[in-house]
Design a protein around this ligand. Structure first.
Ligand SMILES: NC(=O)c1ccc[n+]([C@@H]2O[C@H](COP(=O)([O-])OP(=O)(O)OC[C@H]3O[C@@H](n4cnc5c(N)ncnc54)[C@H](O)[C@@H]3O)[C@@H](O)[C@H]2O)c1
Length: 507
């Protein structure tokens, strides 16, 4: 196998959710598909259901009737392995079990031609381990689609330790022909998407369960409104269901030999035991009625009389933004280098908690509150107090931030608030993935935007905020917590030091 081979006949083994989706996009792309399932009648039933899907698309005017008939004619349910002879590629989407996948490929090898590619849609097993059952392991590659396949337009093309280059080339060309964006990566736990997605949930759990600095709803609101995530991490955990996501978190942590970056939380195990699985059972981090989360009110805004405000920030632009926000609220701004005794001190630190920021600014922590200015102040304002903040000043800070009608979320002292530390964690993990040579920077970002629906790829997000700032956030998180999960990736440090984009391609 030297170059990408043209795929005229595709075999799909396992015609459940994933196999049927793969068969759908392949048939739509003009490829003949042979469908095989261990359960009698399952392949024929999948083909029939796909016919109904296409009829539905035709009824909505999204597919013409001739194309429907042509696609239906390309589906061939078969009843035995032997009928896969003559396939150019066989994709398995059977049960997620190493023994079953190994046995399948070992059985298929003598049936298919010597240059037939055997592709696995595994989401968590090692492609290399699956290939090990074959006499020619070089013909095996990973081809990891996402659910639902027709809508999730990205597929990971995974090179096992022995995969021949032509296998990746064939799968890459096949993905493009089926209308999907291929992202190429080496066989490693979580591949790209499930690896890059580790930061979002684990950091949110760290804030909620590890530090009790905020409630799940506060974290979700901050990440949605400040950063633009479609869904917060706890909403996502509820949607995915804990019986699916908790084992994945544990598995990736173990596979990376307990790397602290991926450390899950005891809270998930406990909630799993309690049956608080999420949306599908009506109870998770949120309560659900008729499939919809019951709304939780915003925190109530205390009443406080205007008082002088002294502002301090890690960026002069943030100080200017805070001063103008204070003036817009009709409160007086103090412009002296030190606050008066009556002043509320409003800080905008990067990566620090209020305690550390007050120490750096050399002011009385009892009068200090902080606001996260890194993502702007327009959509939501995250207010942070420290253990010494006097109730009167906390109330004043809350009332001030809410004065313009922007929602305010108050949290306890947390280095990097919610959004700064979560985004820094996500960027740092993506940099580690690049450092490990798992995938190119461009493929990491494409995989994450298409596979996880993030507003930007993690490396583009790091660029937008500034790699040097991400390093600072991580350094301050490390200093306060002593937790090695926050050590900055050398890949990130180097680019920050050189002033390079995180998407820069090395010569
Ligand atoms: N569902 C997802 O979100 C998702 C996403 C990405 C990857 N995957 C992976 O795709 C694969 C399939 O997942 P799914 O959700 O479609 O599962 P599924 O349970 O919906 O379908 C699996 C199908 O495989 C058949 N099957 C089981 N063992 C078989 C065998 N030995 N030979 C032939 N057929 C066999 C079953 O009868 C069933 O029809 C798994 O490896 C899974 O990890 C799933």
């Amino acid at each position: 196998m030297a170059d990408a081979r043209i795929v005229n006949v595709l075999g799909v083994v396992g015609t459940g959710a994933m196999g049927a989706g793969i068969a759908q996009i392949a048939a739509q792309a003009g490829i003949a598909v042979r469908l095989l399932d261990a359960r009698p009648g399952a392949a024929a039933s999948a083909a029939q259901k796909l016919g109904e899907v296409w009829a539905g698309l035709a009824a909505k005017g999204r597919m013409n009737p001739e194309a429907v008939e042509a696609a239906k004619a390309r589906l061939h349910p078969i009843a035995s392995d032997a009928e896969l002879a003559g396939c150019d590629v066989v994709i398995e989407a059977i049960v997620e079990d190493l023994g079953a996948k190994k046995a399948l490929f070992a059985a298929l090898e003598p049936i298919v031609g010597t240059d037939c590619v055997l592709a696995t849609n595994t989401s968590s097993l090692s492609v290399t381990a699956i290939a090990a059952s074959c006499t020619a392991p070089g013909r095996v590659g990973g081809f990891h689609f996402f659910n639902p396949v027709p809508l999730m337009k990205v597929v990971e093309v995974i090179d096992g330790a022995l995969t021949e280059p032509a296998v990746g080339a064939t799968l890459t060309a096949l993905a493009t022909r089926m209308g999907h964006r291929p992202v190429r990566c080496i066989d490693s736990p979580g591949f790209i998407v499930n690896h890059a997605g580790r930061g979002f949930g684990t950091e949110a759990l760290r804030i909620v369960a590890g530090e009790s600095a905020a409630r799940p709803v506060d974290v979700d609101r901050a990440l949605r409104d400040q950063v633009g995530f479609r869904m917060g991490p706890f909403e996502l955990l509820d949607l995915t269901a804990l019986d699916v996501s908790q084992p994945v978190m544990e598995s990736i942590y173990r596979q990376y030999h307990e790397e602290p970056r991926y450390r899950p939380s005891w809270l998930l195990r406990q909630r799993l035991d309690a049956g608080l699985l999420g949306r599908k059972v009506g109870r998770g981090f949120y309560a659900y009625r008729d499939g919809k989360a019951e709304p939780l009110p915003e925190q109530s805004v205390p009443v406080a009389a205007p008082r002088p405000v002294w502002v301090w920030g890690d960026d002069p632009d943030w100080e200017a933004a805070l001063a103008s926000m204070v003036r817009d609220a009709g409160w007086p701004v103090e412009t002296a280098s030190r606050p008066s005794d009556a002043a509320l001190c409003l800080l905008a630190p990067l990566g620090d908690d209020v305690t550390a920021a007050a120490q750096r600014a050399r002011i009385d922590p009892a009068r200090c509150v902080a606001v996260d200015a890194l993502f702007g102040l327009a959509k939501r304002r995250v207010l942070m107090t420290n253990p010494a903040t006097h109730a009167e000043f906390a109330a004043a800070g809350h009332a001030l931030l809410a004065a313009g009608g922007v929602p305010v979320t108050r949290i306890k002292d947390s280095p990097g608030f919610v959004a700064q530390r979560t985004v820094a964690t996500i960027v740092n993990i993506a940099c580690d993935i690049a450092q490990q040579g798992v995938a190119t920077p461009a493929d990491i970002d494409a995989a994450v935007t298409l596979g996880l629906g993030y507003p930007k790829g993690p490396l583009a997000l790091g660029d937008a905020l500034g790699p040097a700032r991400i390093v600072t956030i991580l350094a301050r998180l490390s200093a306060l917590t002593g937790d090695p999960r926050y050590r900055a990736s050398p890949w990130l440090r180097r680019r920050a030091a050189l002033g390079l984009s995180l998407l820069h391609v090395e010569a």
